[in-house]
Write a protein that binds this ligand. Structure first.
Ligand SMILES: *[C@@H]1O[C@H](CO)[C@@H](O)[C@H](O)[C@H]1NC(C)=O
Ligand SMILES: *[C@@H]1O[C@H](CO)[C@@H](O)[C@H](O)[C@H]1NC(C)=O
Ligand SMILES: *[C@@H]1O[C@H](CO)[C@@H](O)[C@H](O)[C@H]1NC(C)=O
Ligand SMILES: *[C@@H]1O[C@H](CO)[C@@H](O)[C@H](O)[C@H]1NC(C)=O
Ligand SMILES: *[C@@H]1O[C@H](CO)[C@@H](O)[C@H](O)[C@H]1NC(C)=O
Ligand SMILES: *[C@@H]1O[C@H](CO)[C@@H](O)[C@H](O)[C@H]1NC(C)=O
Length: 673
């Protein structure tokens, strides 16, 4: 009220303000009621460790040991000791060790504000050893005591007591409150930092003092905690000072009061709890929490680090890729190994499409795009030449023809190169030609396939910006799309083996039986060597037989091209046609394919047609020349035995080794054509 008036003052005219000031002064002498919702700007008597925080929080003691603080309403109050009074205040006791605070807060009614001779600790800053219990003290206190002291017959270390002139309480109770909702006593810990409210009500007529405690914001419990008969008349002298005393002992304890209401005329006004300053967080808890937090963080981070470390190591091992700085330019062509791993279900055997010329081929579905792909896993330990190879691969990615298997990209790991291609649902041609007897291709399909492969080779040889040699044309490298169209695959991979070798020692890549005879001498792949392989491939398609094999009943090796040539010489070339066709073929087309096969596999490169001519022949745009008279592999003096390399090495193909290493050092792509 005083505060309110003082505040109002500043808004009034000077003269009126002056008038009010005098009224306030005189009125204060006879104060019956006041209230502090926070002590901001309050003119109180403070001593010792007591101080008021800028936010209005009243601090009775700080963590200084063996100290005390006093706070009193500054004016003495006229106090008819036979009249009633009522007071309430909100407090909190913060200590390092909850339950071991020291020593407490006391509400004090005293004839004097001078407590210079009082001692801290168990004397609560009110009494000393010599005056304790002396009736001439004229002090009444309600103590909130957090330390049990046997000398004063304390009931415990967490009690409320009513003291008259001394610390031996006339009435005391363990701090608790009656919960109306739960219909039972709930105990409270004074020095746990819990903000609490206490109500002290004295009935002058009945000479009964009731004390009630509750946690802050809890309404005043209907049942008091302590009700003790007290006769104030002999104890107190009129006028009195009202206030608080607090003390610390051996433990650092902060005692706080955030609001106080006093009345000598009926119930003390209720505090406005919303206006009270908040208490600081418990130091001990803060400290403890901090320590706990740090420990937790450390433990957690260590644990996480370990888990992450292990997981990362596993992950790394599993998905580790090989990336070199120069590969940056191919980044857009690169697949992550993780994606390929997921796509192929971890390169599971169930996803295996087959063993291509250069490694296992797996079926997969790229998770991000849901596109079906074929992933070729090529074992490759050499880093040498990889850069050139990749640049060619990437160049080849730009090759686009409906009869080529599209290369989509690559990925590299240690010792491993992964090439990602369009998925061809019908697999490779050799499966239809040689393996499955039931799923035979019709002649129309075969003829279409032959035309498709021819178109692809023409594109590689003549229609693209550079000359690209395939170097490994054969039935097993022809894949079939959903409509059974031929797609030439695996081009350019031969280059990988060139690079892998010592640049001075060179080797030819290709498949025995498809290798042009001059390769063994020059070692130089050309478009004509591709045409040769294509010729052999045509014979495979027409005859349904592999280019060469060990005959079961004779010691002589079977060489397809020789056999067809012999039959042609005898005028029975059509007898070489695949018997599984059962005559269901166009005779002209069959003859064309067989003869073209022979022409293309002419022992001399200059005797072979170009791919452009081949396409013209197949489409009937030009008529096929006759097989020349000098066409004879065996009697050809120039190539002599060297052609026979294929038949002299039957064991290679029968062992499944398809790459006869002879000699070569040539790029697949011929620049500057
Ligand atoms: C406690 O307060 C007193 C008086 O304001 C001061 O001298 C002392 O340094 C404070 N102690 C601590 C630990 O803050
Ligand atoms: C104190 O109050 C009682 C009861 O109200 C009254 O009888 C008595 O006269 C008062 N004493 C003084 C000194 O005012
Ligand atoms: C106790 O306090 C009284 C004043 O209340 C003082 O006269 C006395 O000297 C004090 N005794 C001690 C031992 O400090
Ligand atoms: C009480 O205090 C007074 C004044 O300080 C003193 O004269 C008296 O002897 C004390 N009484 C006892 C029992 O100590
Ligand atoms: C609660 O505490 C009060 C005071 O200590 C006591 O009188 C009462 O019996 C207790 N009630 C219950 C339900 O424990
Ligand atoms: C104190 O408690 C008793 C018993 O509940 C009650 O009758 C009395 O009115 C209370 N006194 C005050 C001042 O609250």
């Amino acid at each position: 009220m005083f505060q309110v008036m003082a505040e109002t003052c500043s808004y009034l005219h000077k003269k009126i303000a002056l008038l009010f000031f005098f009224v306030a002064l005189t009125f204060a002498q006879d104060e019956k009621q006041f209230m502090y919702n926070g002590f901001q700007g309050a003119k109180l008597h403070l001593d010792g460790l007591a101080n008021i925080h800028p936010n209005g929080l009243l601090q009775m003691t700080n963590s200084s040991l063996q100290g005390s603080g006093h706070v009193f309403y500054p004016q003495p109050l006229k106090f008819n000791t036979s009249r009633s009074f009522s007071t309430t205040f909100v407090f909190a006791i913060n200590t390092d060790v909850p339950g071991h605070g020291g020593h407490g807060i006391a509400f004090v009614i005293s004839s004097s504000m001078n407590f210079d001779h009082a001692v801290p600790a168990e004397y609560l800053g009110i009494f000393n050893i010599s005056n304790n219990g002396n009736n001439s003290n004229h002090v009444i206190a309600v103590e909130l005591d957090t330390v049990q002291n046997a000398v004063f017959k304390d009931i415990d270390g967490n009690h409320v007591g009513i003291d008259i002139n001394g610390l031996e309480s006339v009435g005391s109770a363990s701090v608790a409150y009656y919960s109306d909702e739960e219909r039972k006593n709930m105990s409270l810990q004074l020095s746990g930092g819990t903000p609490m409210q206490i109500w002290i009500d004295y009935d002058g007529a009945k000479m009964l003092m009731n004390v009630t405690v509750a946690p802050l914001k809890h309404p005043k419990p209907k049942k008091y905690l302590l009700s003790t008969p007290v006769n104030l008349s002999p104890a107190l002298l009129d006028p009195v000072y009202v206030g608080f005393s607090s003390s610390t002992g051996l433990t650092a304890t902060e005692h706080y009061i955030s609001g106080w209401s006093w009345s000598q005329i009926g119930q003390a006004q209720d505090l406005d709890l919303t206006k009270l300053p908040s208490f600081p967080k418990i130091r001990s808890q803060r400290k403890k929490l901090k320590v706990l937090f740090i420990v937790l963080i450390v433990v957690l981070s260590l644990l996480l680090e370990m888990i992450a470390g292990v997981a990362f190591a596993v992950w790394r091992k599993k998905y580790e890729e090989l990336k070199e700085p120069w590969e940056q330019e191919y980044i857009s062509h690169r697949f992550s190994f993780k994606d390929l791993y997921t796509a192929t279900k971890g390169f599971k055997d169930s996803e295996l499409l087959g063993f291509g010329g250069f490694g296992k081929v797996y079926k997969g579905v790229i998770p991000s795009t849901q596109t079906q792909v074929a992933v070729k896993k090529v074992s490759h330990d050499s880093r040498q030449g990889m850069r050139e190879f990749l640049s060619e691969i990437v160049t080849m990615r730009r090759l686009r023809h409906r009869n080529l298997v599209q290369l989509l990209g690559y990925c590299r790991r240690k010792g491993e190169l992964l090439l990602v291609y369009d998925y061809m649902p019908n697999g490779s041609l050799d499966k239809y030609l040689f393996k499955s007897k039931n799923s035979n291709l019709s002649w129309a399909q075969r003829f279409n396939i032959a035309k498709g492969v021819a178109a692809a080779l023409l594109y590689l040889h003549e229609e693209w910006e550079q000359v690209v040699l395939h170097r490994d044309v054969k039935a097993s490298n022809i894949l079939l799309d959903a409509e059974m169209n031929a797609r030439l695959g695996d081009f350019g991979l031969a280059r990988l083996y060139d690079h892998e070798s010592d640049p001075r020692s060179t080797h030819v890549v290709g498949t025995v039986g498809y290798l042009a005879p001059e390769l063994s001498i020059t070692g130089k792949p050309t478009t004509a060597t591709d045409v040769f392989s294509f010729g052999i491939f045509l014979l495979e398609v027409a005859c349904g037989r592999r280019p060469n094999s060990l005959q079961e009943f004779s010691r002589e090796d079977f060489v397809l091209v020789d056999w067809v040539y012999d039959c042609w010489k005898k005028g029975v070339i059509l007898e070489t046609s695949d018997p599984t066709l059962e005559g269901n073929h166009q005779v002209e087309e069959m003859e064309l394919v067989l003869k073209l096969g022979l022409l293309c596999s002419h022992p001399k490169p200059e005797g072979r047609p170009s791919m452009r001519n081949v396409v013209q022949f197949l489409h009937g745009d030009a008529s096929l020349p006759d097989i020349p008279s000098d066409y004879d592999h065996q009697s050809n003096s120039y190539f002599g035995g060297s052609w026979r390399i294929s038949s002299s090495l039957p064991s290679l193909s029968s062992l499944g080794i398809s790459h006869a290493t002879i000699s070569s050092d040539n790029s697949v792509i011929h620049n500057g054509r």
